[in-house]
Design a protein around this ligand. Structure first.
Ligand code: SF4
Length: 344
């Protein structure tokens, strides 16, 4: 049997993916794709990637954009700290590396939002450096191939997987191997219903031999996901809605959202009174749930048509925006859903 890496490389050449828009591109595009692909599927990423590089074709263009412009292009992709870090990194690259993406692994790690696996992927794919990646897909392939009995997020298990990932690296063809590991995880050794019969490393896959594929990787003992409830106030004056810019950090940092109040008796009435709002009409819109990685947010959108723009709620960081214009601004997915319900 040939070496693990030989089988992965040969399989990648014949059956792997070769037409992704960032393949064979410059470091900037590969970096952008790696950041966009974190927690996100390829099919979702492609249109965002294309629009992003059309507007910001290189690092200087990204660095000189405003955060608002960058977040607008990220609107709907989620995990917005990725976009803020990308923007900050581009500015850091301008200052420290003359606008050239650094080829040094340590310099990459010093950029905001770039971790060990992302730096390794860029090093291997672009600069052909011999580095191991360990993203979610690769963790799954290795955990099954080695029949690792432990949650892959646990420090000790993760350290074991890094050791194995490094031990399997080829001396040559690092880019094809790295792409092969990514492709294997994404298309063959998939989370559910893996295609073991088409897998180039099935013959020595311990998980397969032991009939444990469906049980691997071991999942974390189930913790209850916390649930929160919030009311969002869609204050409408004609076709304009009041939106507030969230502070720079946090899940929706830098994005536009309608005023959010906690659920509870009298909270809405208090807000209306405190803000001096004269409500002409109230419509309770359909409630829905948005799931984050660590909690679920139950959202109650309440549409309040106001007689005029109240002075008290026009603080700095707030803006009355035309609903159509708001739909093209930096807003998170749940806000888009709410605005779509009231756009006409
Ligand atoms: Fe994954 Fe199946 Fe291949 Fe093992 S044989 S690496 S479980 S696809």
């Amino acid at each position: 049997m040939s070496a693990f890496f030989t089988r992965v490389i040969e399989w990648q050449r014949k059956h792997g993916r070769h037409d992704l828009p960032w393949q064979g591109a410059d470091a900037y595009r590969v970096w952008l794709s790696e950041i966009m692909l974190q927690q996100t599927q390829v099919a979702t990423v492609i249109p965002y990637f294309q629009k992003f590089v059309t507007s910001f074709p290189d690092i200087p263009a990204l660095a000189s954009a405003t955060e608002e412009q960058v977040l607008t292009h990220w609107s709907g992709l989620g995990y917005y700290s990725r976009a803020r870090n990308l923007h900050r990194s581009a500015q850091q690259i301008m200052q420290q590396h003359g606008g050239e993406f650094p080829a040094s692994f340590d310099d990459m790690l010093a950029l905001p939002g770039i971790g060990r696996s992302t730096a390794a992927a860029i090093s291997a794919l672009v600069f052909k450096q011999r580095r191991a990646i360990l993203d979610g897909n690769v963790k799954r392939v290795l955990a099954r191939h080695l029949a690792v009995q432990g949650w892959t997020g646990e420090k000790k298990i993760e350290a074991q997987l890094w050791t194995h990932a490094e031990a399997r690296l080829p001396e040559k063809n690092i880019a094809a191997y790295t792409q092969g590991m990514m492709d294997l995880g994404a298309t063959i050794c998939t989370r559910s219903k893996p295609h073991c019969n088409e897998c180039p490393v099935q013959s020595d896959c311990a998980g397969f031999k032991q009939g444990q594929v469906s049980k691997l990787p071991v999942t974390r003992s189930r913790k209850l996901v916390p649930e929160r409830h919030s009311t969002f106030l869609l204050l409408l004056d004609g076709s304009e809605i009041l939106l507030e810019k969230r502070p720079g950090s946090g899940i929706w940092g830098g994005l536009w959202c309608p005023p959010q109040i906690e659920d509870g008796q009298g909270v809405l009435a208090d807000y209306v009174q405190r803000s001096g709002i004269e409500v002409c009409e109230r419509i309770d819109l359909a409630e829905f749930t948005h799931t984050f990685t660590h909690f679920k947010l139950h959202i109650t959108p309440v549409l309040l048509r106001v007689a005029h723009k109240p002075i008290q709620v026009q603080q700095s960081g707030s803006e009355w925006m035309n609903v159509q214009q708001a739909l093209h601004s930096a807003i998170p997915t749940p806000v888009r859903k709410m605005l779509q319900q009231i756009s006409f």
